[in-house]
Structure formats: C-alpha cells, structure tokens
Design a protein. Structure first.
Length: 329
C-alpha cells in the first residue's frame, strides 16, 4: 500500500517550503509556497469566478513557465497584494530572471485569492489592507513544517455550511517519486455527506488522517447542492464568493505542458472531495510545479505522468478533507 511522506504535507516534495501568516482581527491570512531556483509550472483555472495573478505567464506557449513562489490569500482582490511583497523579497534575495545586468531580478510569483470579506472580521483597513504585510510575514516564516486548519489563507474560509481551512497531503509512489498537495478550502459545495460528519473524500483517506469516519449506510449522493436557503443566508450564492485554491508538486522532470496536464488531472480531486465543484460561484484553480530532480525517461513516460496525475488528484481530495477536519477540530 502506498504511504504519505514523512510529514504528510506538500513539503514532502524535496526543496519546497511553506509559510503562513494570519491576521486574527481581520479573520484572514496568507500562505506562501517557495520554489527555490524556479520550478517548471502550469495552471488550470476551472471555476467561474477566479481571482488570479501571473497565470498567463505559466501557459505552455509562453516563455516564462517557471514559478519562484506562489501566494494563496484571503481578502478577495485585496489579497493579490501579498504577491507584491513576495516578489520584492525574492528579487532582493537574488531569485528570478535577470534580463539585463543593471536591473533587478524579476521572479515569477503567481497568486490566487479567496473571498472571506463577509466573515465578520475587521475589514476596515481603508487604504492599508494587511495583505502585503501578511505576504512578507508568510515568506519569512516559510519552512518544511506548517500548520493546517484555520490558518494562513484558510483562516476565514468556509466549506459549504461549515468552517473551511488550509489542508495538505502527500503520497510516496515508491519509485523515487513524491506527490504533494496544498489546498485553501472555501467552496460553495459541501465537503461532507448528508450525515454532516463523513467526508466525501473518505475512500481516499490514509490512516485516519481526517477522522476515520466511514458511511454507515447508503452514500446518498442525490441532492446536488447544500441547503440553498442557508447558503443564501450566508451570502455564499454570489459568483466569486467561494473557491478552492490548490497547488500540487512533484519531484519529476516535467515540461510546462506536462505540468498543465498534471494540474488538469489534479482538478479531479475537487470533484472527489467537494459536491458540487467548479460552479459559477467558485474560482477553482490548481497550480502544478515540478522540481525536475527525478527523470521520467522516455519509455512509458505518458503512463508515469498519468500515474502522477491520478496521485495528485487523490492528494488534493485528502488535503481538502484534512483542512476542514483540522479547522473544525
């Protein structure tokens, strides 16, 4: 049986670091993922109301499909400022493209945001939203270990009718390849079955990582949406008011096009863990990055990529459930 990596976190993929910063007064926060030296990357945007930065740069047909850092943030459009702080810090640290010797380095820092402006926190920031400051703080605290639940970008998140959060999971494929996922969980759809306790992702759970609860009767996947009147009462039935943000990483030598395919396959993890996913109300986006440390070779390469993509989807599903489980616990 395949096992998670030693931390069961995105950082089980060697080289990555993750940092969280949380503003308890605003009930919001930022999560930063660092890819030292720049990793080949891709992105798949599938929700109906995304808030993103630098996704076009990662398109395989463009010349900058290399990611130096990624920010996930609360705050809706205000949260995009978190990437500004990370961009400046990386440039100061000597990371990024050097187009001319007499100019600053220009790192590629992608970003995506979730909507948590209506969660009751203090949003009276006028001309000084906290997200640049939070981006700097998350960047400075990035390491291999990081907290899950109502922290960082997951602090103000909701998942259907329950508390959302920040989740992560990994899988050691046993042949030198490791896959990891990190997810900020804020969908309009439900992560829980009709009993309100069992996660839709339960078939993918390993070692009781999100409670070990299994269905005691029929799955009951008949009602396509959570209680719409309650969702409307919470202001959730508005395009752009919800989203699931994810990044998957591997240590394989993928091309930009293969990273795009990995991100597309990893989107299936949302459908395994959230019902429904990819709605007009969500801005679902999945980034994928590859360190290049392990060569896939040419023989059976497509098969190995398919295996990585399937594992990435499972990691996303598990990370979603772990994030909500940690936030509720």
């Amino acid at each position: 049986m395949l096992r998670p990596g030693p931390r069961n976190l995105l950082t089980d993929v060697p080289g990555l670091t993750v940092g969280n910063a949380t503003d308890e007064a605003a009930r919001s926060g930022v999560t930063v993922v660092r890819f030292p030296g720049g990793w080949i990357a891709g992105v798949d945007v599938r929700g109906g109301g995304p808030g993103v930065r630098e996704t076009a740069a990662l398109s395989p047909e463009n010349g900058y499909s290399r990611l130096h850092a990624l920010t996930f943030s609360g705050g809706s459009v205000f949260g995009l400022a978190a990437a500004d702080a990370v961009t400046a810090a990386l440039s100061q640290a000597g990371e990024g493209f050097l187009l001319r010797p007499d100019t600053p380095r220009t790192p590629i820092v992608a970003g995506a945001v979730l909507y948590d402006l209506a969660n009751g926190g203090d949003k009276g920031w006028a001309l000084d939203p906290p997200y640049r400051r939070l981006g700097q703080a998350a960047f400075e605290t990035a390491g291999e270990a990081f907290a899950l639940g109502a922290v960082g970008a997951g602090r103000g998140a909701r998942a259907g009718l329950v508390q959302g959060g920040l989740g992560s999971a990994s899988l050691d494929l046993g042949d030198g390849l490791t896959v990891g996922a990190l997810v900020a969980v804020n969908p309009v759809g439900s992560v829980l079955m009709p009993d309100g306790e069992t996660f839709w992702a339960w078939p993918f759970e390993i070692d009781g990582e999100f409670g070990g609860r299994v269905p005691t009767g029929p799955a009951g996947a008949v009602e396509p949406m959570p209680d719409e009147s309650r969702l409307a009462g919470q202001g959730r039935l508005t395009p752009g008011a919800n989203t699931t943000l994810a990044v998957v990483a591997v240590n394989a030598d993928l091309t930009a096009g293969e990273c795009k395919r990995l991100a597309m396959m990893a989107q299936d993890g949302l459908s395994r863990a959230v019902r429904p996913a990819h709605t007009p109300f969500d801005g679902d986006v999945v980034f994928a990055a590859a360190s290049g440390a392990v060569a896939l070779g040419t023989e059976a390469r497509a098969h190995r990529l398919a295996r990585l993509g399937s594992a990435a989807g499972d990691c996303v599903a598990r990370a979603i459930a772990r994030g909500v489980h940690a936030a509720r616990g």
